[in-house]
Design a protein around this ligand. Structure first.
Ligand code: ME8
Length: 649
């Protein structure tokens, strides 16, 4: 069938922030999307699978600054550089049809037009933003939304932000979005609907700040220089610009929009199920058919990080165990809609149990027996079935239907469980029929041939349905069992394998791993000292006006006395000559960095118009200036020729 006659299927992954190397958690969603895209292709759909990178925002600008390169160079390194995002997807055999970078010119120009259209409609208006901003998440929060004063998504500190900004009338769309979530299957799993409606919509949906002025790494608002478009507005529209919406780069928007499904991690469900449909409503565009919020892979119940004794680098894991084993593990071990605990131990046990023992053994024993008893090619003579075959053949015949049901509801783990139930049954069938006993009597050959055929055909159906998960392995199994057809139709009917098939032996598909030894190796890998890294730059503060700066009184002071404060490991107590004739007392938390005698007589700088405050029961009138980055600190020290009382201007 030609592509234009086929039914279309459009599926997307979130586009990744290229601010750090991707870990196994990021790989999870892309592997799941790839499995779904491959499944739909197997089903005969014309699939568009989109992935990409979300390259704007303050976090990237700050990282690039710390690295001493431009933001564009910074993202280029992570996206197209060695072992970057593109390399990772190639390694993981990700069959995306399109890759978008939000720094691509066509996308930038389209976002400008989209922003202007919502502005012209009156859904974007100018106002003033005051509130809190989480830079790592690029999210604005109101005070009441913070959890214990921290970002409710990532738990990190937020910074106060105040700036002139454009707002999107999110509140206007509260009711239609609520209806969408509660009356349709737009958002799945259903458990996420309750969270969105209760925590966000019913708690009061405020208008959304959609431009920033305190940094420049973003899509410029072309009708108001100085403003850049909020990174989430820029990012979400990637799903449409990548099809050619408001640009000439592509022209399949009509064919593929609305998307059939957006796969997204649970922490970004809010953006996809509230903000995204609201903006699409504003643009009067059709809504995606579904947003599926998958769970997280956790380490010891917490967020993924390198520091917890497990190797989480997908490149290392794929090199050690093979790409297909890693892909399989991710979708076999965790229910897609919920969180799961990742560990190297679980990975190794999954490979040993399912892949080496069950699948690998079934294929190698079957092929080896066909070679041993039939010289590699099954005979075409009349074969003899027995009653005992029906359980296995029945399961193999019914497999595609059960598998389809699970795949259509994104239950990858269950789909794989169905396949492995049949694989297990086939291994049992070998033991029940004991081909090595049948082989002893020439009269049993027709029966023995039937047993071997049933095994090969079961392998064909199972491997065929494993294609979306382990494409290279499935292909290799088909080669070994001599299967010519493994398209969807052939997998739905038992008996698709030619009767006189010829098999080919090969090395173990999944060699067994010595778990204890391997875990020790991984431990060593992880224990390798990390390259010393420079401490990251602190997050930039919101801009202040010059008048505010002038309100800070910075005075040159001479140290008259300096001593440790009793019972405090941190504090040094200074008496200072600030030029007024009255000694000033300041306590400063720098005892870790200086011995008192090192500072005696030195010329320092103090902020002298702060209100006095008590520290360890003693009064401190001001603050000594010092420079700090990571665990390094130095007080600001001037030449002795500068007189006490001089002001810093
Ligand atoms: O969120 N387990 O990008 P991102 C499972 N740029 N999934 C995980 C995970 C884990 N441990 N860690 C991260 C963004 N992810 C935005 C998307 S879309 C218009 C913009 C998932 O690189 C996470 O849930 O921070 C998200 O879906 C994806 O990786 C990309 O995260």
């Amino acid at each position: 069938m030609c592509d234009s006659c086929k039914k279309k299927f459009y599926i997307t992954t979130p586009i990744y922030y290229p601010s750090d190397k991707l870990h196994i958690g990021h790989t999870y969603c892309t592997v799941a999307t790839d499995a779904m895209a491959r499944y739909k292709r197997l089903r005969g759909y014309d699939v568009m699978f989109l992935t990409g990178t979300d390259e704007h925002g303050q976090k990237i600008e700050t990282r690039a600054k710390s690295a001493g390169i431009t933001p564009q160079q910074f993202v280029d390194n992570i996206v197209t550089g060695e072992k970057g995002v593109l390399d990772l997807w190639k390694l993981m055999n990700i069959s995306y049809d399109r890759f978008i970078r939000t720094t691509d010119d066509y996308h930038v120009a389209a976002v400008q037009k989209i922003f202007k259209k919502m502005y012209d409609k009156g859904d974007i208006y100018k106002g003033k933003y005051t509130g809190m901003y989480c830079t790592p998440c690029e999210s604005f929060w109101t005070e009441s939304q913070l959890k214990d004063g921290k970002c409710p998504d990532c738990g990190r500190d937020c910074q106060p932000a105040e700036e002139e900004a454009y707002f999107f009338k999110l509140s206007k769309y509260a009711q239609p979005v609520r209806d969408l979530l509660t009356n349709t299957d737009f958002l799945e799993p259903k458990s996420r609907v309750h969270e969105m409606v209760n925590n966000f919509i019913d708690a009061g949906l405020e208008d959304l700040c959609v431009s920033r002025t305190s940094f420049t790494w973003g899509v410029p608002v072309d009708f108001d220089p100085g403003h850049v478009v909020y990174v989430w507005v820029d990012a979400l529209f990637n799903y449409t610009t990548a099809l050619g919406f408001m640009n000439d780069k592509y022209d399949d928007y009509k064919d593929f929009w609305p998307a059939d499904v957006h796969f997204v991690g649970k922490e970004i469900v809010r953006f996809h199920s509230i903000i995204w449909p609201a903006m699409l409503m504003s643009m009067e565009m059709p809504l995606p058919k579904k947003v599926y919020g998958h769970g997280w892979l956790l380490l010891d119940g917490g967020k993924m990080s390198k520091s917890k004794g497990n190797v989480v680098d997908p490149q290392i894991l794929a090199d050690r165990y093979g790409v297909d084993a890693l892909r399989f593990f991710l979708l076999r071990s965790f229910p897609f809609g919920s969180d799961g605990n990742f560990s190297n131990e679980l990975l190794i046990s999954c490979i040993n149990t399912d892949l080496a023992n069950d699948l690998g053994n079934l294929v190698s024993r079957t092929v080896a027996m066909v070679q041993k008893y039939f010289g590699g090619t099954l005979p075409t003579q009349q074969l003899i079935s027995e009653e005992m075959d029906s359980e296995l053949t029945g399961m193999a015949s019914a497999l595609s239907e059960k598998y389809e049901k699970q795949m259509e509801s994104y239950a990858f783990q269950n789909a794989l469980a169905e396949i492995f139930a049949v694989i297990s049954r086939a291994n049992k069938y070998i033991d029940e029929n004991a081909p090595w006993v049948l082989a002893k009597d020439e009269a049993n050959r027709p029966r023995l041939a039937k047993v071997m055929y049933n095994l090969l055909e079961t392998v064909r159906i199972c491997a065929g349905l494993l294609q979306p998960f382990m494409p290279a392995t499935a292909e290799e199994i088909m080669r070994r069992i001599g299967a010519e057809r493994y398209d969807w139709e052939s997998l739905c009917v038992y008996g698709g394998l030619k009767a006189d098939t010829t098999v080919t032996a090969g090395s173990a598909l999944f060699p067994r791993i010595d778990a204890a030894k391997e875990l020790e190796e991984l431990e060593k890998l992880n224990a390798k000292p990390e390259e010393p890294k420079e401490d990251p730059l602190p997050e930039p503060l919101p801009p202040i006006c010059f008048d505010d700066f002038c309100k800070v009184e910075m005075t040159v002071v001479k140290v008259l006395t300096c001593e440790n404060v009793k019972k405090s490991e941190k504090l040094l107590k200074f008496t200072l000559d600030d030029g007024t004739g009255t000694p000033r007392q300041i306590l400063s938390g720098i005892a870790k960095y200086y011995k008192p005698e090192e500072l005696l007589g030195k010329t320092l700088v103090a902020v002298t118009n702060l209100p006095p405050r008590k520290m360890m029961g003693q009064e401190s009138c001001g603050m000594i200036l010092s420079a700090e980055r990571g665990d390094k600190l130095q007080v600001v020290m001037l030449d002795d020729s500068v007189p006490a009382g001089a002001r810093l201007v």
